[in-house]
Design a protein. Structure first.
Length: 247
């Protein structure tokens, strides 16, 4: 049995375009991002990879991307499941800050530790910061689990319970699963699937709006390591642009 999983990072958001750290701030897609989402759905239709179920985060940019992509491939009607566990990495006190200015202020090494290290979280955000999510009703049930900052290790720890329960259940039921989420929550999924080391994951960037297809064996190991982008050339160029943000 081969299980099919499609990962889709949201299209470009208003803050991606402005080069601002976003994390849990609920920013919308811009026009380019909406176009990327539609294009992602068309790629799925062209490849005959029509999803049976979709999982999203609780953030508008992932939800809208899923809606637009599914509409474009006539699968707007499939079941939807959502979880905060698929949210973008909480960027702590960096949320709302300009990436270029942060790089200039703290230097390359600290900037990259905060962006891509496995276990160094940014400084925590204050609860009264305008970009804090404390008090947001969608997170009312989180209690002590409500993050004030996260490193990738933290994202993996909160993503995996949802992967193991909800996503694996849909895969094992024979559903073709679409996961519409974020650069860093999808890096967490890919690290888990491909058993990427804590050091090597720093070099992995996920482009916006490009479907990444994984076929998984009985043990849920990828049959093709790293999965397959439906448009590999465009994906490589877009991933390089993500890597270079702030410069
Ligand atoms: O700002 C963010 O939340 C993320 C994704 O856009 O940025 P980065 O790629 O720097 O981790």
């Amino acid at each position: 049995m081969t299980y099919e999983l499609i990962l889709l990072r949201h299209g470009e958001s208003e803050w991606n375009a402005k080069n601002l750290f976003t994390g849990w701030v609920d920013v919308d897609l811009n026009d380019k991002g909406r176009g990327e989402a539609v294009n992602g759905g068309r790629l799925l239709a062209d490849a005959g990879l029509l999803p049976d179920v979709v999982h999203t985060s609780l953030l508008r940019r992932a939800i809208t991307t899923a809606n637009l992509a599914l509409d474009a491939c006539d699968r707007h009607w499939i079941p939807v499941r959502r979880s905060w566990r698929l949210n973008e990495r909480h960027y702590g006190g960096l949320q709302g800050k300009d990436k270029k200015q942060t790089l200039a202020e703290y230097g390359e090494e600290q900037f990259m530790l905060w962006r891509r290290s496995y276990d160094v979280p940014p400084p925590p955000i204050d609860d009264d910061n305008e970009w804090s999510q404390v008090g947001d009703p969608r997170y009312a049930g989180l209690g002590d689990e409500m993050p004030r900052t996260e490193c990738l290790e933290d994202v993996i720890a909160r993503m995996l319970p949802y992967w193991d329960s909800d996503i694996v259940a849909d895969l094992k039921a024979g559903q073709r699963v679409l996961v519409a989420a974020h650069g860093n929550s999808l890096r967490a999924v890919v690290k888990h699937l491909d058993s990427i080391s804590d050091d090597d994951i720093a070099g992995l960037n996920i482009p916006t709006g490009m479907p990444l297809v994984y076929r998984l064996d009985d043990d849920l190991r990828p049959t093709v390591p790293g999965g397959e982008y439906l448009d590999p050339e465009a994906a490589a160029a877009a991933a390089a642009a993500v890597a270079n943000q702030g410069r």
